[in-house]
Structures are given as C-alpha cells and as structure tokens.
Ligand binder design. Structure first.
Ligand code: PLP
Length: 366
C-alpha cells in the first residue's frame, strides 16, 4: 500500500508527475531545458497572476522553499533601507533569522502563534520608520495552519510606498491569494507542497517594474541573488545547474494544477479539511485554532487524552498514514494533519478509520 503523507510537504504526487522524472536525459545548456523553464514560468504566471501575466515575472531556483524566501529578503532592499518583518510562528521566526543574519531588519512585529497580526499595528510601525522599504511575512503559517490577513496588510504596505514580500511556500495552490490585485511585489513558493510536485525547486513571483529596481540593488549573496537568476533567465540561460528532472516533474504538476483549476484545487482541499474537522469534532478531538483562522490544507488538533504523540504517529504509520508533530510550546501537545497532495476523499476516510481504530485500541476511548 502507498503511504499517505499527511505532513505539509513533501506530498503524495500523481503517477503522471512521478513518471515525468523518467524523461530523457537533458543538458541544462540546451534549448530543450530553456524551453522547459520558459514553460514553467508561463504556467506559474497563468496560475497565480491570471490576467496580469505581463506585470510579473517568475524566477526559478533549485532549492527548497527557504531558498526562495531567503533570496527574496536578500534581494528586495536598496542600500541603506531596511524591512519590517512579522513573526507569528515557526516560519515567521525563520524570516526573523534570515533578516537577523543579514542585519536587514528595522522592526519585528511579534505575535503569539495563535494570533494573526493586526494590520493597523503594521501600518503604525511603517509610519514610525523612515528607513523602511519593505514588509516581509508568511501567508499560511504552517505551524498551526493559520491564514494571516495578508490582503489587508499588503494594502497598507502599498499605501505607504513600501514593497510587500510574502512567503507563500505552503499557501500557493491551496489558499486564496490575490497577488496582482494587491500589488504584492515578491511572493515565494515551492513545487513540493500545494502545487503537488517534488521538493527541490522553488520560485519567486516578482512584479516586473520592481525587478527593474532589484537588479540595481546591492547583491548580498551570489547563489541566492534574484538579480543573478533574473538576468540569466532573460538571456535564455541559467546561472547554476538546475535539478533538471525535478523541473520536468514540476512542469507536469503545473499542467495538472491548471487542468484542475486553482479554485477547484482549493475547493478540494477545503472539502477534505471539512471531512477531517467534522469527524474529529464528533470524536471530541479539539482543533487548536478557531474555524475563522484555519487554512484549507492543514489542521492542528490537541492530542486525545492519555495518548502520547509518538504512539499515535507510530501506530498510524504502521497503517500507512504519516501525521506531523507540533513544534515549540506545542510539541507533544498537538498533532497536525495536512492534505496538500494528490489526495481524494477515500484517502481521508481511510485515515479517519485508522485514527479511530488506534485511539480505541490505545485508550479504550472513542
Ligand atoms: C510557510 C513556510 N515557509 C517556508 C517553509 C520552508 O520550506 P522548505 O522546508 O521547503 O525550505 C515552509 C516549510 O514547511 C513553510 O511551511
């Protein structure tokens, strides 16, 4: 039996995407590879900035989602300017670490992991900081499956003449995001989550007018300079050896996404989330977040009384289902169930049946 991955990436992929790994051997300096990259970039724009494709460019990087986030942060500032960053979870914390390493921050807006940041607080901070040029934050905070109010914040950021930099690594494809409508300047994403490709390729969607400025900004890294990637891509080249086979699978995953439709994919994820949340509620297993903050693709639940996480995890894994642990102060108190992959209702029904069986066997409850 195939293992069902209920962790937030890497995800289960379709046979069609897996088979794309088995394509012909390809040199990255040949025209076929340039065409492959151009196809991927076109599909990314079609999927995520429909109707505004000519206002954006997609930059491809070989690396996990963090590479795209770090490249965005290091590339988005002119000399002497700084950014405000928002931290309400593990991935907001990661942005803080990147910003700290590069000493690019001016203010951190820190909130509890169960609390979305207040757009008015961010606006106030922008008004107080004359050297601020950008705001960076996470869209879908995967720590607990919380959707941040990015549209309201992006509007404030734009109204102050600043640029909005978004980590949507676990959002794009699964969660609603109006990139073009809200003038989002850089949005980082990855192949290996809601786009249902393999890990190893990430990307940044950048507003074209902004990219023209970015190439003039200081290059704070060589491997993670978006300007380097952009200039090479514009010449029909690439600066470093890409993960060619993973790109081929990503191309196929994007075709699947466009055929399903981004809206329908979000609806499918929402349906699966409802199935999980309703059944857990009927079993007395409590969700950590209120429904109004929950994403389409991940739910964090408190552990059932008397059942250690490792037992729940291991017994479910024996039955073919991989769940995900909590982190930080939630470690061992919660478990997370994501469904970002090529999954359908019957996979989730199978998981819920296995979950009931394990809880009944281990605690005598349910
Ligand atoms: C919101 C968010 N940002 C960044 C990352 C980092 O991605 P990666 O592990 O692919 O580097 C993740 C990974 O789960 C994430 O959920």
């Amino acid at each position: 039996m195939r293992t069902i991955l209920l962790n937030p990436g890497p995800v289960n992929v379709s046979d069609r995407v897996r088979n794309a790994l088995m394509g012909p051997d390809l040199c990255h300096r040949e025209s076929e590879c340039v065409e492959l990259c151009d196809r991927i970039r076109r599909k990314l724009l079609e999927a995520f900035v429909p109707g505004a494709e000519s206002d954006y460019t997609a930059i491809l990087l070989t690396g996990s989602g963090t590479a795209a986030v770090e490249a965005s942060i290091m590339s988005c500032l002119p000399a002497g300017k700084r950014l405000v960053h928002v931290n309400n979870g593990v991935y907001g914390e990661r942005i803080s670490s990147i910003v700290g390493t590069q000493r690019l921050g001016i203010a951190e807006i820190k909130c509890d992991w169960v609390t979305p940041p207040d757009p008015e607080t961010i606006l106030k901070s922008l008004k107080q900081q004359p050297a601020v040029h950008a705001v960076a934050m996470v869209h879908h905070e995967t720590t607990l499956g919380l959707i941040n109010p990015v549209h309201e914040i992006a509007e404030h950021v734009d109204s102050r003449g600043c640029v909005f930099i978004l980590d949507s690594v676990s959002g794009l494809g699964g969660e609603a995001l109006d990139i073009a409508g809200q003038h989002m300047y850089m949005v980082a994403g990855t192949a290996g989550k809601c786009i249902q490709g393999f890990p190893g390729v990430s990307f940044v969607l950048v507003r074209k007018g902004f990219m023209e400025n970015v190439v003039k900004y200081p290059r704070r890294s060589w491997y993670l300079s978006l300007a380097n990637y952009y200039e090479a891509q514009e010449r029909g080249s690439m600066p470093f050896t890409p993960a060619v086979q993973v790109y081929a699978a990503f191309d196929e995953a994007l075709s699947e996404l466009l055929e399903e439709g981004v809206h329908n994919r979000m609806k499918r994820y929402r349906r699966l989330a409802t199935l999980i949340r309703e059944r857990m509620e009927s079993l007395g297993v409590r969700a950590v977040l209120p429904a109004s903050l929950q994403s389409n693709s991940l739910t964090a639940f408190y552990m059932p009384e008397g059942l250690p996480y490792t037992i729940l995890h291991d017994r479910l894994k024996d039955r073919g289902y991989v769940i995900y642990a909590g982190q930080g102060r939630f470690e061992s108190k919660i478990f997370r169930v994501a469904h970002m992959g090529a999954l359908q209702e019957h996979h989730i029904e199978g998981f819920l049946g296995a979950f009931e069986e394990v809880v009944r066997h281990e605690t005598g409850g349910v």
